[in-house]
Design a protein around this ligand. Structure first.
Ligand code: HAM
Length: 428
């Protein structure tokens, strides 16, 4: 029986992979312009990192982690997100030891056992940026602005920035109590999941998409009305910075996010092109995460954006992915049954490639006519034609596929010929 890929994972084929490379390049350049350095994280970590970091009453930890016991008897989990790993990395390598801020980003696959649907996969890619060691709202604004700039450079349109403050350990317990009290007196109409969460994680009820629950949560107390002085000032200052940068945002009192480490700022960037999985990006502040996983006091704020979702929105909005990498020259044999001709085709192609001129050849032994047809449809500008006569006089017949013109160039001058042509055209 044919073996297929598991449910919820995707193969990224050549027709799409160059677009991904474009997206990742833009994200890399933007993060670098904002002063963030790249880090590479392990794909798997000790399960405890996520259980403690992300929170053991979250959907991710309760239901979605790919966890297994390794041969040494350790509980290992494929990373469902990158923030906990980045904070671990920062503590483990003492990156913030001198008190200097740490600004890092990473990109790669994450794993969550979710119900697959449009824009939701079990293996998906994220770009994740984290700003550690700074308590100031300017770090929040830095992160939010970086995410918006990434999307601006990629050409995404009609995005909505939604923001809230979820408070901190000083003000959240009282707010939590208020929520429990409110929901307990409004149980009728709540879905099963919400009912089971009233005591365990009442904040999560606020973003339940069930219509009845949503109606009930509309009137639930807002966290921003229950913040301590510090959280309240932080939220106001963050908003002010966004306004000063003319960032359009919407305050959403029901935005709580699905990970437990957030303190103060929580935000998302939404797109109408994505259906129910409408967040291209989510993030916020997490000032207690480091201590939760056994580290020192370390402020942090960051975001992650889904690459599949970015690509989906870009396709739907017909954004540019730059230029698809293609060969510039196609080398064709006039007589593929002639071994010396074939050898010259092979050697010339390699010579072009080693001189940074992207070249392709046809190794299938097809007729001259079909090779020329392939060259034409591949979009290359030139075909280099080699036949017994070209071998004899050490020449290459160069056919310009745009004009149809054909000239003879001595093989010793061929690299020079193309270099001059492509340089004049502003190509490599
Ligand atoms: P998150 O909201 O769980 O946050 O994920 C961030 C983004 O990853 C989402 O907005 C979405 O674009 C994408 N994403 C999440 N799950 C899936 C999925 N199953 N399939 C496709 N795309 C998905 C975090 O992961 C936090 N670590 C963000 C953060 C960084 N907070 C602070 N720093």
């Amino acid at each position: 029986m044919e073996i297929k890929a598991p449910r919820g994972v995707r193969d990224i084929l050549p027709e799409e992979s160059w677009k991904w490379a474009y997206i990742l390049n833009v994200l890399r350049d933007t993060s670098s312009d904002f002063g963030y350095s790249e880090v590479h994280l392990p794909i798997f970590e000790h399960t405890e990192l996520f259980a403690r970091g992300v929170g053991d009453t979250t959907d991710i930890v309760e239901k979605e982690m790919y966890t297994f016991t390794d041969r040494g008897g350790r509980s290992i989990t494929l990373r469902p997100e990158a923030t906990a790993s980045i904070v671990r990395l920062c503590i483990e390598h003492n990156l913030s030891g001198s008190g200097a801020p740490v600004k890092v980003w990473t990109a790669g696959p994450m794993f969550r056992y979710e119900r697959p649907q449009k824009g939701r996969f079990r293996q998906f890619w994220q770009i994740d940026a984290e700003f550690l060691g700074v308590a100031s709202p300017m770090a929040d604004a830095d992160i939010i602005t970086l995410s918006i700039e990434c999307f601006r450079r990629l050409g995404l349109r009609n995005l909505e920035v939604v923001i809230n403050s979820v408070g901190c350990p000083a003000c959240r317990p009282a707010y939590r109590d208020k929520l429990v009290k409110y929901f307990k007196s409004n149980v009728s109409g709540l879905c099963e999941l919400c009912l089971s969460r009233i005591e365990r994680n009442p904040l999560r009820l606020l973003d339940c998409k069930n219509e009845n629950c949503s109606r009930i949560t509309d009137n639930a107390p807002a966290s921003t009305e229950n913040l301590c002085g510090e959280c309240s000032e932080h939220f106001a200052a963050t908003i002010k910075l966004l306004q000063e940068s003319e960032i359009v945002y919407k305050y959403d009192k029901k935005l709580v996010r699905g990970l437990d480490y957030y303190t103060k700022t929580a935000y998302e960037i939404l797109s109408g092109e994505l259906g129910s999985q409408n967040a291209v990006c989510g993030g916020g502040r997490y000032d207690n995460l480091s201590e939760t996983i056994g580290g020192p006091r370390l402020h942090g704020v960051g975001f992650a954006a889904g690459i599949e979702r970015i690509a989906l929105v870009m396709e739907q909005q017909q954004c540019s992915f730059g230029e698809e990498p293609k060969p510039r020259v196609y080398v064709i044999s006039h007589d593929s049954s002639d071994e010396t001709v074939q050898k010259k085709v092979y050697n010339l192609t390699m010579k072009l490639r080693k001189n940074y001129i992207a070249a392709e050849m046809d190794l299938t032994g097809r007729s001259f006519k079909s090779q020329l047809k392939s060259a034409g449809s591949s979009g290359v500008r030139f075909a280099c034609i080699i036949g017994p006569e070209e071998v004899r006089v050490n020449n290459v017949s160069v056919k310009d596929l745009t004009s149809g013109e054909q000239i003879s160039v001595n093989e010793d001058n061929i690299i020079e010929y193309f270099k001059i042509f492509f340089e004049q055209k502003g190509c490599k």
